[in-house]
Design a protein. Structure first.
Ligand code: NAD
Length: 511
């Protein structure tokens, strides 16, 4: 039975069937509600978690701060060595942890394991950074003066994360926050608490082995109440929030009110433009992964397909064939490409979105069904879907977090770019073309207005080396690579006078 499958994974990660405590602040505890964690394949309970409370969050803030005081005194390369040990511990646990991601979130096993791999990768990146958190020397206009920049930790970084990347989002944030000398306090999605507890246990063990206070990586599971309390609390020097635009707007406002820093990674409404000069086979393969992968539950999922009118029919024919090959089912079964939606509520959103397509004059070209046959009967399964719409329809303007790809046509490149940019969100955009002038226009000032701008690859699959994030209602945050680490630091501009005189800037003579 499935219980054996759950038991093995839980045991390997130090989890239990019933008494999983959802708070870690140096010790495991939890005084909140008992909540079940469901397997979206069959809506069985995998295990139960006792959630944290607002009171426990309050205590955890102090514990993280105490731990951070010790951590920030460690030379940065030594912090790097601890991150390297965390990396090794994750590598050891990559199979059970990847499997737990599949069980609890619902993504296929290679993607579940891929998420842990992403955490491994970013820890390696952070190890490299531990030798490279350099500040600048700036020429001073005054004789006998030197100007320089220092990058010191902020203190505590609060991470509030979404259900769809239950490991990787925390991974990006914790690795970079830690190397910069911060402590981390995590509030995961209330529907993926088991993964959060498992990850925290792995980090706890590594910190203990290094005689460091394990509260450095603290966890408080819970719902909106815990999230809101964390957002309001001045002890969260930065809040890194990943989730919907609706919640992110509220979080950003509250953090701004207290002049905290926020990093907002919100909803996307990503498009691929298919030109008439591209390799259509390449495009079709990319679109399939981009729109159907993770059952449409990536922030970078392609939701809009903007196709040159001359190649529309040919491309759609290929896509329908490709969609026909996609096996929907248990994400742990080999050969399955599309798992279930994470919740029953998402199945309703799928149905409502299809109803809107029809009401607004669009058509369903392929799919469009909730799947209930055989083994799928008790799960949250839907058929990956292709629609035919026009860009002005309301349904195309919103992010529905399900595998529905809206297709539309264009005549000129300017029109295609205008359609791409004509939504409130600005996460990821791709174009398929072999024309160099199209490429340079696309990445230039009158091109795509999103944070991630791709050519001949899908909208998703960002590598950790670049800065990840989006513009407009996607929130403007950047995480992971490039100079994202600076957001987890307090920048000091220092001027040192070694001249013995006191010349003022701008040549001001004061008395
Ligand atoms: P969500 O907004 O419902 O929840 C995100 C988190 O916020 C959860 O931990 C939740 O408990 C918490 N929360 C809810 N109300 C809160 C409040 N008032 N104050 C503070 N915290 C609160 O999002 P979700 O359904 O878990 O995730 C899907 C969404 O996340 C999609 O919109 C997707 O595009 C987005 N996402 C964006 C990125 C990105 O990098 N841009 C990555 C992954 C997911």
């Amino acid at each position: 039975t499935t219980w054996n499958q759950y038991r093995d994974v839980l045991e390997q990660l130090g989890l239990e069937k019933n008494n999983n405590k959802g708070v870690f602040d140096g010790e495991w505890k939890a005084a909140g509600d008992i909540i079940p964690s469901y397997n979206p394949v069959n809506n069985e309970v995998i295990a139960e978690v006792i959630q944290g409370t607002v009171g426990e969050l309050d205590v955890a803030f102090d514990r993280v701060a105490e731990a951070q005081k010790i951590w920030q005194e460690l030379p940065v390369p030594q912090r790097g060595q601890v991150l390297l040990a965390m990396r090794d511990a994750l590598v050891k646990n990559i199979q059970p942890l990847g499997k737990l991601v599949s069980l609890e979130m619902g993504k296929i096993l290679p993607e579940g394991i891929g998420e842990v791999q992403e955490y491994v990768d970013i820890l390696e990146y952070a190890l490299g950074l531990s030798r490279m958190l350099n500040g600048a020397m700036i020429p001073s206009e005054r004789p006998g003066h030197v100007m320089l920049e220092t990058w010191n930790p902020l203190g505590t970084v609060g991470v509030i994360s979404a259900f769809n990347f239950p490991v990787a989002v925390y991974g990006w944030n914790s690795a970079i926050a830690l190397v910069a000398g911060n402590g981390v306090l995590w509030k995961p999605s209330p529907t993926t608490p088991l993964v959060a507890i498992a990850v925290t246990k792995i980090l706890e063990k590594t910190l203990r082995e290094h005689n460091l206070p394990p509260a450095l990586c603290s966890l408080v599971t819970g719902g909106t109440d815990v999230g809101q309390s964390m957002t309001k609390d001045k002890r969260a020097h930065a809040i890194s929030f990943t989730g919907s635009t609706k919640v992110g707007r509220a979080v950003g406002t509250v953090v701004q009110e207290r002049f905290g820093k926020s990093i907002l990674e919100l909803g996307g409404n990503n498009a691929i433009i298919v030109t008439d000069d591209c390799d259509l086979d390449l495009a079709a393969r990319a679109i399939l992964f981009a729109a159907v992968g993770t059952a449409g539950q990536r922030c970078t999922t392609t939701r809009r397909l903007i196709v040159h009118e001359s190649v529309y029919d040919t491309l759609m024919e290929r896509l329908v064939k490709a969609y026909d090959q996609v096996k929907v089912g248990d994400p742990l079964e080999e050969g399955i490409l599309c798992g279930p939606l994470h919740t029953k509520e998402a199945v309703n959103i799928y149905e409502q979105t299809l109803a809107s397509v029809k009401n607004q004059g669009g058509q369903v070209l392929y799919g469009g069904k909730v799947l209930k046959e055989g083994k799928l009967a008790n799960g949250n399964f839907v058929a990956p879907t292709l629609t035919r719409v026009t860009p002005d329809m309301d349904v195309v303007k919103n992010e529905a977090f399900v595998p529905i790809l809206h297709t539309m046509t264009y005549k000129t490149l300017d029109e295609a770019i205008a359609i791409n940019n004509g939504v409130a969100q600005g996460l990821s955009s791709s174009i398929f073309t072999t024309n160099p002038s199209t490429i340079f226009k696309w990445i230039g000032s009158s091109g795509a207005d999103s944070g991630i701008i791709n050519v001949n690859i899908p909208t998703n699959g960002a590598e950790i080396g670049g800065a990840f994030g989006g513009e407009k209602e996607t929130g403007g945050g950047r995480e992971s690579g490039s100079d994202s680490w600076k957001q987890y630091c307090r920048r000091g501009t220092c001027t040192i006078n070694y001249s013995g005189a006191l010349p003022l800037a701008q040549g001001i003579n004061f008395g």
